[in-house]
Design a protein around this ligand. Structure first.
Ligand SMILES: Nc1nc2c(c(=O)[nH]1)N[C@H]1C(S)=C(S)[C@@H](COP(=O)(O)O)O[C@H]1N2
Ligand SMILES: [Mo]
Length: 361
């Protein structure tokens, strides 16, 4: 019989979640959307994505190796890295799979609804300085970043590894970060050192970093294969890179336990939220209170930083009845959130407009 998406065990349209999806959802928390209130997400509210297990790392014996196509290979301790120039940057990070569980059929994987988004203040040293010191050879095309976490995905035993081109790693905002929101990285966020690549979806910011290798050939490892805009297994698709423009709303009014239905009092309501877009600026945020038929501009706050989201607000007079609220952002390159879902085989880069259903009394 022909293998279809439905019977592959990789996809389902079943509203029931598999036990292992529920386990992943507990391990990898999302940021509750009311967390959009904070321009810098409190560390304990920052979303998490850990493919395998959190490795135990002893900072005293931990080292970072830089080698491969370099004239001066290096081995650095955490103290060596902390003695280097220091930068602190607020960075908005979103998981490429944010919204995956809303797709139909949904890829059976980390079952994100919409909460895989956060902003932290990362402190570390610009990677560029270290790479200049190590002397990248002329034939270097990519840098490979390896984490200490190891596991199995798509039948491959692997350490988590991602590569970036030389142009990308030499950008001044790329950091080797050892602090998050003013404190040493917590184990789940990559202690003692992680890569932070502003503008890119989160998979690029390799945690528990132990090795940087300069390569003369592009890296083709599994974590490069999964992050593609593919329509099926054999579709090479474009690489998933920068975060697409997106906006989300703090769900207004009162939540009902356990259904999460929402009740809003009739009268004036200030709707608020935040919007972000990879490396471009968010230039417009629009609101619809009728499921996307009519749109009005929201007010924009100053961005939290050059690599971070910006707040928006919208005053609405809620009339009794049921309403579908929608928010849609546009970026400086003309990118705008689509109304329809962006289905892809790996469930990545779904930046379609989200809908918040409310009852007004
Ligand atoms: N070593 C390692 N780095 C990793 C991951 C991982 O599983 N292992 N997950 C990546 C993904 S997919 C995301 S979205 C971000 C999440 O970072 P956070 O957990 O600090 O929010 O880390 C990235 N870095
Ligand atoms: Mo991710």
């Amino acid at each position: 019989m022909e293998q279809t998406l439905e019977n592959s065990e990789l996809f389902t349209s079943d509203a029931n979640f598999r036990p292992h999806e529920v386990v992943l959802a507990f391990r990898n928390r999302g940021m509750p959307l009311e967390g959009l209130r904070y321009s810098i997400t409190p560390t304990g509210m920052h979303y998490l994505l850990i493919h395998f297990d959190i490795p135990y790392v002893d900072a005293r014996s931990w080292q970072l190796q830089i080698n491969g196509r370099v004239s001066k290979p290096m081995i650095l301790t955490l103290e060596d890295i902390k003695r280097r120039p220091t930068v602190t940057l607020p960075v908005t990070m979103e998981c490429a799979g944010n919204g995956r569980a809303l797709l139909n059929p949904r890829p059976i994987s980390q079952p994100w609804m919409l909460e895989a988004i956060s902003t932290a203040e990362w402190t570390g040293t610009p990677l560029r300085g270290l790479l200049e010191e190590s002397g990248l050879l002329d034939d270097t095309v990519e840098l490979l970043f390896t984490g200490l976490d190891r596991g199995i995905q798509a039948d491959k035993d692997q350490c988590y590894q991602r590569s970036l081109t030389v142009d990308e790693v030499l950008r001044e905002e790329v950091l080797l970060a050892y602090e998050m929101n003013g404190a040493p990285l917590e184990p789940q966020h990559g202690f003692p050192l992680r890569l932070v690549v502003p503008g890119w979806y989160g998979m690029t910011s390799v945690k528990w970093l132990s090795h940087i290798e300069a390569l003369a050939e592009p890296f083709q490892g599994p974590q490069m294969q999964f992050y593609r805009y593919a329509q099926d297994e054999n579709d090479p698709g474009d690489r998933v890179k920068l975060m697409k423009v997106r906006s989300l709303m703090i769900p207004p009014g009162l939540a009902t336990f356990p259904t999460r239905e929402r009740l809003v009092d009739a009268g004036p309501v200030v709707l608020t939220g935040r919007a972000w877009a990879g490396r471009s600026a968010v230039v417009r945020v629009e609101l619809s209170v009728d499921g996307g038929q009519n749109w009005q501009n929201a007010e924009l706050d100053e961005p939290t930083g050059p690599h971070a989201w910006r707040g928006w607000s919208f005053e609405w007079t809620a009339a009794p009845g049921t309403h579908t609220l929608c928010v849609r952002a546009t970026d400086s390159k003309g990118g705008v959130q689509p109304m329809e879902q962006c289905w892809s085989y790996y469930g990545v880069g779904n930046n379609n407009v989200s809908r918040v259903e409310i009852s007004v009394k």
